[in-house]
Design a binder for this molecule. Structure first.
Ligand code: ADP
Ligand code: MG
Length: 390
């Protein structure tokens, strides 16, 4: 059999040479075996890898609910099979034993156990365990492909931003080029001063845009105290000329002084996604509403802020309603990635916030509301996809 800790049988028997004999017997049958000396050893070895555990009833003395609960606290995919060798002529171990109540993957075998019975019980346990490993591997692969998706969407967002930044910078640069030409051909000092003032104003716009962009990509950044209205406005600023050319009127309704501690880059990304979607929903112009307010979490009462991005476009079609948060779901053909909302929800859940949406009828349109806690959860810096790794 392949030498891998995942397939080891842990044996815990406290009396005499029981565990040595058991291990020797199992090894003769081709199983890998590791003797352990306490219930804690089992928990410890399990972290390294184990296929099943065989324990004698007497070595479980005092193994109550606590041990069961700790054993139960394995990764979601894992449920170590435990074979308990009970005393001859019936067992004190019953369905009401604390261990049994707190841990369910237990098989009882009454001693003396015929070797073929033991071997078949161990084989069954190992087979079940191998299936658990398949689930683990599947979950790991899923985690990797989700990471890849997240990177893809980040690239798409970066590409979109680069395009809109180039666009934003192009207009003032064209104006400055014209103004310099006018200055070079003008004789009148008064006129030259006037052109010069306008050119300086345009240059300031360029440097504003550059500054905002740099702040954008100081990512990935740790949580910091941010003023919601400032982040919202700086996300809006990226779409300034698009909003103008598409005749979209922006309405802002900000709660005074709303501040939270959050990763600035992530919050901006969320807002950019939602604003970009609203703009896409308004190809013939319309209204875009941004509203921020300080509200508590509806269920657990945590302090936080909500940000609403609403538009009066077509709203979300009935076919799309349940799918907009799925990766790759898009109604925009080749121009959409279908990853924006998926990533947005991922970011918010990671921050222990949420996103909701609804359509409103009059006027028509989609309303997206996000909520974030004022204080980030303690584990927010931890990579989320490792939750299942053992
Ligand atoms: N404001 C909105 N109005 C109408 N539909 C929307 C809006 N926001 C998102 N949607 C729908 O959700 C889909 C998924 O959005 P998203 O995940 O951002 O991907 P993408 O924008 O690349 O299509 C969109 O294709 C669209 O059908
Ligand atoms: Mg989108």
């Amino acid at each position: 059999m392949e030498q891998h800790p995942d397939r080891r049988i842990l044996v815990l028997a406290r009396i005499g040479r029981d565990s040595e004999l058991l291990c020797a017997a199992l090894q003769r049958q081709g199983f890998m075996c590791t003797q352990v000396f306490s219930q804690d050893d089992i928990l410890h070895e399990l972290k390294v890898g184990a296929g099943a555990a065989i324990v004698t009833e007497e070595s479980l003395n005092g193994a109550g609910e606590n041990w069961g609960r700790r054993l139960h606290a394995q990764p979601a995919w894992s449920d170590l099979p435990v074979i308990v060798l009970t005393g001859a002529g019936g067992s004190k171990f019953t369905a009401r034993s604390p261990l049994y109540r707190s841990y369910s993957n237990i098989t009882l075998l009454e001693r003396p156990v015929r070797p073929e019975i033991l071997v078949s019980a161990v084989e069954t346990a190992l087979r079940a365990r191998l299936r658990q490993y398949e689930v683990r591997d599947y979950m790991e692969r899923q985690g990797e492909s989700q990471d890849a998706l997240r990177r893809t969407e980040k690239l798409a967002v970066a590409g979109r931003m680069a395009a809109s930044i180039a666009h934003e910078i192009n207009n003032p640069l064209a104006a400055i080029t014209n103004l310099l030409f006018l200055i070079s051909t003008s004789q009148d000092l008064e006129t030259i001063r006037k052109y010069n003032a306008i050119a300086q104003e345009e240059l300031r716009r360029v440097s504003d845009i550059a500054n905002q962009t740099l702040r954008f990509y100081r990512a990935p950044n740790p949580p910091e105290l941010v003023k919601i209205s400032e982040v919202t406005d700086s996300a809006l600023a990226l779409f300034r000329s698009k909003l103008r050319t598409n005749s979209i009127k922006v309405h802002r309704d900000y709660a005074e002084h709303a501040e939270i501690t959050v990763s600035l880059g992530e919050l901006r990304q969320v807002l950019v996604n939602l604003i970009a979607n609203a703009i896409d929903a308004l190809p013939n112009g319309g209204n875009l509403l941004l509203r921020t307010s300080a509200v508590r979490h509806p269920r657990d009462g945590r302090e936080g802020v909500s940000i609403t991005v609403a538009d009066d476009g077509q709203g979300i079609s009935p076919e799309a309603q349940n799918r907009i948060f799925s990766p790759f779901f898009t109604t925009k053909g080749t121009t959409g990635t279908g990853l924006g909302l998926w990533l947005t929800r991922d970011i918010l859940e990671h921050q222990r916030g949420y996103i909701r949406y609804r359509n409103h009828r009059s006027p028509h349109g989609a309303v997206f509301t996000i909520w974030l806690p004022i204080h980030p959860p303690a584990n927010v810096a931890a990579p989320q996809l490792q939750a299942h790794a053992s």
